[in-house]
Design a protein around this ligand. Sequence first.
Ligand code: NI
Length: 215
Amino acid sequence: MQPYVPTRNVLRIRRECATLGPDSRARHRDPVGRSELELAQMQEGKVDEERLVLQMLEDGERVRKLFQGVSEEQARWKPAPDSWSMLEVINHLLDEEREDFRVRLDYTLHRPGEPWPPIDPGGWVTAREYNRRDPEESLTQFLSEREASIAWLRGLSEPDWGATADAPWGPIRAGDIFASWVAHDLLHMRQLLELHWAYVTAEMAPYKPDYAGEW
Ligand code: NI
């Protein structure tokens, strides 16, 4: 395998993934913070729970397709020392599913005023040794947590998507958390695709994929 020179996209993923430290996602989601007044003026939106839950179900399957069957070497491979491997992405999705989105949405809807349990997605990557884990077991665990999330979401009774929590960076609504949960899958599927692209590019060197078009 030739060394892979990271593209701008890999670097963009590193910046955009909201996992560089505890609760650092605030910095790009809501960089200036919203005042209580601004929040009150926000319109309440309609949420098509059924469609979104179906998408989450299918996105779980899409993640499975993007990861299942890759070799162990590819699963642990990083295009650059500070990039994530596919295995790290899968374990990030697992812990985000179990300890972040579902928990925080639950607190926002059902335990108003109670502080969220802390998370450290960026630190967990190394502290929990994601890249040393078993790939198949990691995927199975993520899919099992996704199944639990689907059941939990389907069990919600008339959720108030406008319910607000005091996040460390300012107020956030249940609907914002739900939207972020769905979008988070897409963000990391893009990252998995990027890692596939980078791996093939490195594997095939000195042949180049330029004829495919610009990545
Ligand atoms: Ni993330």
